[in-house]
Write a protein that binds this ligand. Structure first.
Ligand SMILES: [Zn+2]
Length: 224
């Protein structure tokens, strides 16, 4: 039986994704033997997440509001965009006619690393196992509808020409892809963009974040 203080922190760490009580216990004992400065550094870094990181109003990718490029800092007109849009959405050189819908933030990062994709993203916030209402409500489907219908009110002026559904090749990813397609078709029925899916090559049942860059690149090139 651990003391109340130790058990309390173990319980908190156990709520982290993929962390069970055993790993949580290791974290706690690591912290117990860490110097005070390290603990303070950790506390400050966690607090920074809440004060400096914001969700992008368009793609929902969390971004660091404390980073400003020198040109933007001098331009008052971009103040608004600076506050709400991430680096990707703010970048006018990117192809705003293409939207890639991913399950989670880490998938966006994985795709960005290939440097092959130049369009915009939308982070759905997870997957669904079924198309039941209670499951669907956990995702940003309402937001997706609003963003597709009226991207300019979220800071992006565009007409989507292609939407890439880049969910993982897992059963949940497929169910989610059906839901996304249904949402696109229902929302943009009068001006339907091309809807494409990542090409073959991705390991079945695998996840985008574990695919190597070459595989992911060819999946993008082979999209249909
Ligand atoms: Zn963004």
């Amino acid at each position: 039986m651990f003391s109340k203080t130790i058990q309390n922190l173990i319980d908190l760490f156990s709520k982290f994704p993929t962390v069970g009580p055993r790993t949580a216990g290791r974290f706690v004992f690591y912290l117990i033997q860490s110097p005070k400065e390290k603990i303070e550094e950790l506390i400050a870094a966690i607090q920074d997440l809440k004060t400096k990181i914001k969700y992008c109003s368009f793609c929902f990718n969390p971004f660091d509001t404390s980073i400003r490029s020198s040109t933007e800092a001098h331009s008052k007109s971009s103040d608004q965009a600076e506050e709400t849009l991430c680096e990707i959405c703010k970048n006018t050189i990117r192809d705003r006619g293409t939207l890639c819908i991913v399950e989670k933030e880490t998938d966006l990062i994985t795709i960005e690393k290939t440097k092959k994709y130049k369009g915009l993203y939308f982070v759905l916030g997870g997957t669904v196992a079924t198309l039941k209402k209670s499951d669907v409500e956990k995702l940003r489907i309402k937001e997706l509808e609003e963003h597709l219908r009226n991207p300019q009110s979220f800071g992006i002026i565009t007409i989507f020409k292609e939407i890439i559904v880049a969910t993982n090749p897992t059963p949940e990813g497929r169910a989610t892809a059906i839901l996304i397609e249904r949402t696109i078709k229902g929302t943009l029925k009068n001006n339907l963009p091309k809807i494409s899916h990542l090409g073959l090559g991705l390991p079945v049942g695998g996840e985008l974040e574990y695919a190597d860059e070459e595989t992911l690149e060819s999946a993008f090139e082979g999209r249909k």
